[in-house]
Design a protein around this ligand. Structure first.
Ligand code: BG6
Ligand code: MG
Length: 213
């Protein structure tokens, strides 16, 4: 492994729960119950794509203008949760892993579909670990398209085969594999079956485990 590429929401910090809360609240306003199972399909996917998935599951079609209004509303709730977030909400083991990778000379990138990613990393005070940051503002196709991971590898100046991606989303694992990278899934082995290995949380990872992949 020459480089390690981290997803953000649900990997380094549990902002995935805030995305879920905000989407659930928006869905409720539309008379929809957003289940945890359907929420899995939203993880890693861009904001408007997520709204389109919610609407299509429920057979709803809306004008673009209305969809923009709803997506903005969801984002206002989400950024409210982020404003109240504490630095200590970084997931256990995340800083130790970032530290160990940096000290071993392994390049580190962040590849998040979120347009709020820069705000979140500053809130957590972890910008210093990243040699490259690619977020939702810099890509044209969100995960499961490999664009974001290929862009991160190019910015790090490393080949995709030398990269390991850490992901909690099915769409993210698919994107990493499509980019020709190794991928560690964080979460359920059933949902993340395409990952090279799956662990419960980032705290279970260390450089030895990553090097053996
Ligand atoms: C991803 C999250 O990181 O970012 C998704 O997993 C989210 O749930 C996506 O929809 C886009 O985020 P944002 O902050 O730009 O709405
Ligand atoms: Mg994620």
């Amino acid at each position: 492994m020459i480089a390690c590429i981290f997803d953000l929401d649900g990997v380094l910090v549990d902002t995935a729960q805030y995305h879920f809360l905000a989407w659930k609240k928006l869905a409720a306003e539309l008379g929809i119950d957003l289940t945890l199972q359907n929420n899995e399909r939203l993880k890693g996917v861009g904001r408007m794509d997520s709204l389109n998935i919610i609407l299509s599951i429920n057979g709803i079609s809306l004008p673009e203008e209305e969809k923009e209004r709803l997506a903005t509303k969801k984002n206002t709730w989400f950024t409210g949760y982020i404003d109240a977030m504490k630095k200590e909400e970084i997931l256990p083991g995340a800083v130790a892993l970032l530290d160990a990778l940096q000290q071993s000379g392994i390049k580190i990138a962040l590849a998040s579909s979120s347009k709020n990613a820069q705000t979140v990393i500053d809130k957590l005070d972890i910008r210093k670990y990243f040699d490259a940051i690619v977020d939702g503002n810099m890509i044209s196709r969100s995960k499961p398209d490999p664009e974001i991971f290929i862009t991160a590898a190019m910015q790090l100046n490393v080949s995709p085969v030398d990269c390991i991606v850490i992901e909690d989303a099915e769409a993210g694992v698919e994107a990493a594999k499509a980019a020709g990278m190794k991928c560690v899934g964080i979460g359920s082995a059933a949902t993340l079956s395409k990952a090279d290995c799956v662990v419960d949380g980032i705290g279970m990872l260390n450089i030895d485990i990553l090097n053996k992949l």
